[in-house]
Write a protein that binds this ligand. Structure first.
Ligand code: HEC
Length: 134
C-alpha cells in the first residue's frame, strides 16, 4: 500500500513536470488591461522618434529581441520563455498601447522597464518596433 502511494506520487510529479516544460515552449496569452489597449500613442512616428527608438532598442532590447526583431538576440538562448518575433502579423496586430504595456510591465524573462525607460522612450521604442516589419 505504501509503495503504491509512492508510485502514484512520483507519477503525479512526472506528469506535472512534463506539462510544465511543454507549457514553456509556447507563450501563454498575455492580458493587457483595457485602458492600455485603447491608449493612443502620444509620440509621433517621425524620423527623430524612430531614431531615438532605434537607439534605445539596440542598446536595451536587441540583446534578446535581436537587432531585426526576430527574437534571436544572443541572450534569447538561455531564457525559459521564448522571445517571440516582432515581425509576425500576430505581434503587429496588437495596438501600440498593448506593446507599450508589455514593455512597461514585463513578465517572466521579459524585464519591466517602468522606472528604467520613461514613457516617451517606451513609445519611441514601440514606434521603432512598428518600423521593423517588412
Ligand atoms: C532579457 C531578455 C529581454 C530583453 C532585454 C527585452 N525583452 Fe521583451 N521580451 C522578452 C521575452 C522572453 C518576451 C516574451 C514574454 C512572454 O511572452 O511571457 C518578451 C516580450 C516582449 C513584448 C511582447 C511581444 C508580444 O508580441 O506580445 C514586447 C512588446 C517587448 N518584449 C518589448 C521589449 C522592449 C521594448 C525591450 C527593450 C526596452 C525589451 N522587450 C527587452 C525578453 C526580453
Amino acid at each position: 500500500m505504501k509503495n503504491l502511494k509512492q508510485i502514484v506520487f512520483i507519477g503525479i510529479l512526472l506528469v506535472f513536470g512534463i506539462s510544465l516544460t511543454s507549457f514553456g515552449q509556447k507563450s501563454k496569452p498575455w492580458d493587457v488591461p483595457a485602458n492600455f489597449k485603447t491608449m493612443s500613442n502620444p509620440v509621433k512616428s517621425d524620423d527623430a522618434s524612430l531614431l531615438a527608438g532605434k537607439d534605445l532598442f539596440n542598446k536595451t532590447c536587441a540583446a534578446c529581441h535581436g537587432r531585426t526583431g526576430l527574437g534571436d538576440g544572443p541572450k534569447s538562448k538561455g531564457l525559459k520563455t521564448p522571445v517571440a518575433s516582432f515581425l509576425t502579423a500576430e505581434c503587429q496586430k496588437q495596438t501600440d498601447g498593448e506593446l507599450f504595456y508589455k514593455s512597461k510591465t514585463g513578465r517572466g524573462d521579459m524585464p519591466k522597464y517602468e522606472g528604467k525607460i520613461d514613457d516617451t522612450g517606451l513609445w519611441q521604442t514601440v514606434n521603432y518596433i512598428r518600423s521593423l516589419k517588412k
